[in-house]
Design a protein around this ligand. Structure first.
Ligand SMILES: NC(=O)C1=CN([C@@H]2O[C@H](COP(=O)(O)OP(=O)(O)OC[C@H]3O[C@@H](n4cnc5c(N)ncnc54)[C@H](OP(=O)(O)O)[C@@H]3O)[C@@H](O)[C@H]2O)[C@@H](O)CC1
Ligand SMILES: [K+]
Length: 504
């Protein structure tokens, strides 16, 4: 799904209205209906609903939602800050349509908002959406601070008010802290960036019937990977396939004390469909690996504790995955340099392989084209340089991928995949329970396996990250977020792949 900017969404709104010859307010009605449907499915009637409406079309949505929720027997009140703002036409239209039974509370500096019951209500934030064009001040900023201080449940329409959709919001700006944002037509870029998580704990995107053909022709470097886009990249296994068809992965993983990382990536690679898996690891891990992953073939490095050498016949493998648990010893770095000189097959680099690259950036230009790197934000910062905000980080990601013709899987909530073409793909699956040791090792195993099966680098990254998150979500259903460990993700890979297989 394409991620559109505020300006593009406005264009799509305008086109849809004129192309479908929609009556004034008709598109807003669809948006309000989509929000209301979500609300009815998720929020009971036990609490009163207080809807705060700003002067523009976001406020218009709020008024339409008030009417629709009231029709569904919710107890609703609306609140309108009185300033010198000019109300939009559709705001006025929906104010006129508001049934008399719904109270309208107008407030300003002389008649301030002093409602003690508000903290017990469910608040819908319809103050500002994609039309915000400067930080909020005065009564609007005060209202937002007042609402945040209530610590009530806040559900934002389209965007948390005060948050800029496509650029960095100043740190001290007044922005609603929503528990949920129901966003229209396309997830907004700002909602996918870690720095804004404090403003919206969760985001849900709903369709409002904008013209599909028009959106297809809009250009955007940002995409959101939902179940539909993940499935479109999925390839069923051919009926007459054999283990040679699905590729032979080589993993260079582990060091003394970190053989666990090697086991996790190996088991994930096996569970993700690689036809054969060979693992090269320090001698200390040989027996452990044979026992923990009997399906894998094991090659022992001459060194007891670290990886020092490349196994022979690199060309017989479909892909090489390197990094989990390898440490940063000088001999291991030498092996990495050797690998970059010799390897002719796709590479997946993670963890200490990335730290070794960061410590000697002269290795970066030697990365074979289409190498996949899977850093977490700190590792990526070491590979590039510190960033002031997430928008700058996205810019760096694009530049890095283009400069080194590589794919970077920047891990985190809504993991972002950068590609040499300049596109970015944000993932939709996963949960905070997955922020646990070994989770990244599992991802390396999955992506390596997909590469072994012939998936192009872009598909391997996108599907790998999606499947990893989906398995993590299944694991969360079983274990909850707190107790979730990386092995639980591996245990649920079967279920995650099955979901794709059955619905593709
Ligand atoms: N278009 C459609 O058909 C559909 C649109 N939809 C909905 O509309 C939303 C976008 O609506 P919108 O464009 O009216 O923008 P919105 O966010 O309500 O604010 C604009 C108002 O705020 C003002 N303003 C801006 N910044 C300000 C500030 N810092 N401090 C004070 N004022 C400020 C600005 O006036 P200005 O002062 O700049 O002249 C203007 O009055 C979108 O998020 C979605 O919810 C859906 O219903 C689908 C159909
Ligand atoms: K809003």
């Amino acid at each position: 799904m394409k991620i559109l900017s505020s300006a593009q969404l406005r264009e799509a709104d305008t086109f849809t209205i004129s192309h479908e010859n929609l009556a004034p307010g008709a598109l807003m009605e669809r948006a309000a209906q989509a929000f209301t449907n979500w609300f009815i499915n998720h929020c009971g009637r036990e609490k009163e609903v207080a809807i705060f409406c700003g002067p523009g079309n976001n406020g218009g949505d709020g008024l339409a939602v008030a009417r629709l929720l009231s029709e569904h027997n919710y107890l609703v009140r609306t609140f309108i800050p009185e300033t010198d703002s000019v109300f939009s036409e559709e705001f006025k239209l929906n104010l006129k349509r508001l049934p008399a039974r719904i109270p309208v509370v107008r407030f300003n500096h002389t008649a301030p908002l002093e409602d003690r019951h508000l903290s017990k209500t469910r608040i819908i934030d319809a103050l500002f959406g994609t039309g915000l064009n400067r930080p909020l001040t005065g009564l609007y900023a005060e209202t937002i601070r007042f609402l945040n201080n209530l610590h009530a449940e806040i559900i934002s329409i389209d965007l948390p008010s005060g948050l800029f959709a496509d650029s960095a919001t100043p740190e001290d700006a007044a922005v609603i802290k929503a528990s949920q944002t129901i966003t229209f037509a396309s997830p907004k870029l700002a909602l996918l960036l870690p720095q804004n998580q404090v403003y919206s704990q969760q985001m849900h995107s709903v369709l409002i019937g904008l013209n599909i053909g028009f959106i297809e022709n809009l250009r955007s470097p940002f995409y959101y990977v939902d179940s539909v886009s993940a499935r479109s990249r999925w390839k069923p296994r051919p009926r007459f396939g054999h283990k040679g068809t699905f590729g032979h992965s080589l993993l260079l993983v582990g060091s003394y004390g970190k053989i666990g990382a090697a086991i996790l990536s190996t088991r994930a690679c096996l569970r993700s469909g690689s036809g054969l898996v060979s693992v090269s690891l320090p001698r200390a891990g040989y027996q452990i690996m044979q026992t923990a992953a009997p399906e894998a073939m094991v090659l022992a490095d001459p060194s007891e504790k670290i990886i020092t050498e490349l196994p022979p016949e690199l060309e017989k493998y479909a892909v090489v995955g390197l990094g989990p648990g390898i440490g940063q010893a000088a001999e291991t770095k030498k092996m990495l340099g050797n690998l970059l000189e010799k390897v002719k097959v796709p590479l997946v680099l993670d963890a200490d392989a990335l730290n070794l690259l960061a410590a000697d950036k002269s290795l970066l230009p030697k990365l074979p084209p289409e190498t996949i790197l899977t850093p977490h934000p700190k590792e990526f910062e070491r590979l590039t340089q510190p960033f002031t905000d997430d928008f700058e980080r996205l810019k760096r990601l694009r530049e890095f991928c283009q400069q080194y013709r590589c794919y970077v899987v920047l891990k985190g909530a809504n993991t972002c995949i950068g590609t040499p073409s300049g596109n970015h793909f944000f993932n939709s699956t996963g949960n905070p329970g997955m922020a646990t040791g070994g989770s990244g090792d599992v991802l390396t195993g999955i992506i390596t396996a997909l590469r072994a099966q012939g998936y192009p680098a872009e598909d391997a990254c996108i599907l790998g990250v999606y499947i990893h998150g989906l398995a993590g979500d299944f694991a969360k259903n079983e274990k909850g977020e707190t107790a979730l460990i990386a092995s639980d993700i591996i245990e649920n890979l079967g279920k995650a792949f099955k979901t794709l297989e059955e619905t593709a």
